[in-house]
Design a protein around this ligand. Structure first.
Ligand code: NAP
Length: 447
């Protein structure tokens, strides 16, 4: 093929950048890629999800910037599907469209009191402390003595750790100033993380669990009784599950540790499910019930046993997974929160592909998206070689100009990035993020 294939990648998180990279490396056909994002800034959850004290994980953004420097790459920030441009517009302009928009909301618990003031999805808390411009008006009241974090994944661990960091630990991160001030000044004495299943089934990974035991300002408490395993969990542990074995070892170490009397306590509870979030007008506690594990469809599931117990708490973070959101004009499966697809080829529409969490659901680490995006791109390029991809032509920039929609190009992002880094430098922080749409657009928009 001689003609350059023109592909739009919608969503500039890890899946979008890995897809763009795989496309730009193709020689037959050669590909030009426009990466579109509704935010003025690229990198998705690497900028706005990864915890600010995990700067080493954020270093992957250098790989993304290398992709952005390849010939044929363009960035269009502040462009929203359904507002500035439609799926049909993209199909007209581009030979193929890849959706890599991630999972933009939270899974619900479906219990009474879930929406009481003071009960928050962890996704909102994470977006707030990371400077996401849509979440800066939120006010998290951290003046209470106890917080409860529901869920046993790495996002729950991130929330617990962020709530427990000292002012000193926060000071070298890019946590937003309001979040730093609120966390450092919080009245919190205890952060309780509850998992509905046992320690062997916890979804968090050993490095993240280990960090909890290394915090300057918080003791970790585990009830040794929670670590007495039922026969099913013993079998799971004996099977080849290294990660879980390491988790259980660390938890045993924590259970045997004497308290050091640090200002905050992190209590890790297992086999405990929330049944309701209670309070008069705002959160005052979480009613929980003890579970046992029963085999169900080849998996150990939690079943309640015993009477409910109240854990008094002034704030609750619900961290039971992210969920994808439908895009106008693009097929969507409500139950799984994903775009229905076969190996990345979207079902029921032409020349449309999916990659990352919107393709497979919210699982895996950043690197998981490389293999995922490569699979999608392999299918797309095969379709191109088979002559199945053909647009009508036209240019996104020209169409947006025509519609009076202003956008942030890659040079605009570089301007935002430089400003933020320069503000962080004298403070010994990687950056001080611009947090409002107005500031971001002013710094990033073409004049
Ligand atoms: P996750 O790993 O899927 O964990 C979700 C947790 O919620 C599980 O413990 C699950 O328990 C629990 N849960 C689900 N429904 C529940 C209910 N109704 N009641 C009580 N608990 C419930 O999701 P995540 O923490 O949002 O993380 C998303 C992905 O990002 C994961 O792959 C994660 O590893 C990754 N991540 C990685 C890092 C890192 O590498 N540092 C940091 C953050 C996120 P069950 O197992 O019983 O369903």
């Amino acid at each position: 093929m001689n003609e350059t294939l023109r592909v739009a990648v919608v969503g500039s998180g890890p899946a979008g950048f890995y897809a763009a990279d795989a496309l730009l490396k193709s020689e037959d056909p050669a590909v030009a890629v426009d990466v579109i994002d509704r935010l003025p800034t690229p990198h998705g959850l690497v900028r706005l999800g990864v915890a600010p004290d995990h700067e080493n994980i954020k270093a992957v953004s250098r790989v993304f910037e290398k992709t952005a420097s390849r010939p044929g790459f363009r960035f269009f920030g502040n462009v929203e599907i359904g507002r500035d441009i439609s799926h049909e517009d993209l199909l007209r302009l581009y030979d193929a469209v890849v959706y890599s928009v991630g999972a933009q909301t939270d899974r619900r618990l479906g219990i009474p009191g879930e929406d009481l003031p003071g009960s928050w999805p962890a996704t909102a808390f994470v977006a707030w402390y990371n400077g996401h411009p849509d979440f800066q008006e939120l006010e998290f009241d951290l003046s209470h003595e106890r917080a409860v974090v529901i869920g046993n994944g790495n996002v729950a661990v991130d929330c617990v750790r962020m709530l427990a960091l000292t002012a000193d630990e926060l000071s070298s991160t890019d946590t937003t100033d309001p979040a730093m001030d609120a966390i450092a000044a919080a009245g919190l004495r205890e952060i309780v993380m509850i998992g509905r299943r046992g320690p062997v089934q916890a979804a968090f990974t050993p490095p993240e669990l280990k960090e909890l035991g290394e915090l300057a300002g918080a003791d970790v408490i585990v009830d040794p009784g929670d670590l007495e395993l039922d026969p099913g969990s013993e079998r799971e542990l004996a099977a080849d599950r290294d990660l879980n074995r390491r988790n259980v070892e660390l938890l045993r170490e924590y259970a045997a540790r004497p308290m050091e009397g640090k200002p905050r306590r992190i209590v890790l509870r297992f086999l405990t499910s929330p049944v309701s979030i209670v309070g008069d007008g705002r959160v005052e506690g979480v009613e929980v019930v003890r579970n046992e594990l029963v085999e169900e469809n080849g998996r150990l599931a939690a079943r309640p046993v015993g009477e409910p117990e109240l854990i008094p708490a002034g704030i609750v973070l619900r961290s039971v997974g992210y969920k994808g959101v439908a895009l106008p004009g693009v097929p969507f499966d409500e139950a799984s929160g994903t775009i229905p697809n076969t190996a990345g080829r979207v079902e029921g529409t032409e020349r449309t592909y999916a990659a990352g969490w919107i393709k497979r659901g919210p699982s895996g680490v950043i690197g998981t998206n490389k293999k995922d995006a490569t699979e999608t791109v392999d299918g797309l390029l095969a379709d191109a070689r088979a002559g199945l991809l053909q647009s009508q032509g036209g240019d996104l920039g020209a169409l947006l100009d025509e519609r009076g929609a202003s956008y942030v190009e890659h040079t605009g992002w570089q301007a935002i990035d430089s400003l933020e880094r320069a503000a962080g430098e004298p403070l010994g922080r990687p950056r001080v993020k611009l947090r409002s749409w107005a500031e971001l657009l002013q710094a990033g928009r073409k004049t």
